[in-house]
Design a protein. Structure first.
Length: 270
């Protein structure tokens, strides 16, 4: 077997978590990531018949039966992923209709997957139903996006439209818009189900007064999506309360979206 620490997926997870911590998106043990892996990606590095532990998930996801995931651990710090990957990360395979996670590698201190595992898996089901190539769900606490929650209405249309107006690239990067949830108790199946419903429409979901979920085909794509939302939120926060004498008008947003050939939420514009 090859050393799993040399695998592309572990190396990329270390790179992404390190950058997320560096940017201040994942303080302490805030934030979590799950990456869907194919068996042929895992098999060169792990004996897939060697199950270390069986961990109850607390939910059902028959659509993910037999699927493999690389998942950050509960209570783990992103700043330690690079130095302690076998403790902070785990590779699991879902069994029993998603009710059990079979641990194949990681969580060597006896830990387990993130407390947001239900929200991640439900979001994977939702995203795969609309994009079979979706492989990543990423949660973090970007500072400006979170700050924006306190001074801006929390609804899909107005939040999206404001972000689109902040930076020319936004309607091109997330033309479908951004979903927004009110404050809900984290770590529950209820917030997982609500997030999954939004994920059927959006790749980005704001958790009110908490943080942000992003999804994508690759970790770089999901990271870039969150990065763009956060940049737009930063511009909004830097200009909040000041007289606005310029903006990107709705007709200009339409022109931009059509020039780039993206399928945007036309009902989000006046």
């Amino acid at each position: 077997m090859k050393d799993i620490l040399d695998s592309p997926f572990i190396k990329k997870m270390i790179e992404i978590t390190s950058n997320m911590y560096r940017l201040g998106w994942d303080e302490r043990n805030g934030g979590n990531i799950s990456l869907l892996l194919a068996e042929d990606e895992v098999a060169p590095y792990l004996d897939v018949s060697d199950v270390k532990r069986r961990i109850p998930t607390g939910f059902s996801a028959p659509e993910l039966e037999g699927k493999y995931f690389l998942v950050t651990g509960t209570g783990k710090y992103f700043r330690l992923v690079a130095s302690e990957p076998d403790v902070t990360l785990g590779v699991v395979r879902l069994a029993d209709g998603g009710k059990t996670a079979e641990l194949l590698w990681g969580y060597t201190d006896g830990g387990k997957f993130t407390s947001e595992f239900p929200a991640h898996m439900m979001s994977h089901v939702a995203r795969l139903s609309v994009d079979p190539e979706n492989r990543v769900v990423m949660h973090c606490h970007p500072t400006n996006t979170l700050a924006m929650n306190y001074i801006h209405p929390l609804d899909d249309r107005s939040f999206t439209r404001t972000l689109w107006q902040m930076c020319t690239e936004c309607i091109v990067v997330f033309p479908e818009g951004v979903g927004v949830l009110p404050w809900m108790l984290c770590g529950t199946n209820e917030i997982g189900a609500a997030t999954a419903e939004k994920m059927k429409l959006y790749r980005t979901v704001v958790w009110g007064m908490h943080g942000l979920y992003g999804a994508g085909k690759t970790m770089d794509e999901a990271f870039g999506l969150i990065e763009t939302v956060e940049k737009a939120a930063q511009i909004f926060m830097l200009t909040a309360g000041m007289p606005r004498i310029n903006t990107i008008r709705d007709d200009e947003l339409r022109t931009l979206a059509e020039a780039f050939g993206v399928d945007y939420r036309r009902d989000f514009l006046d």
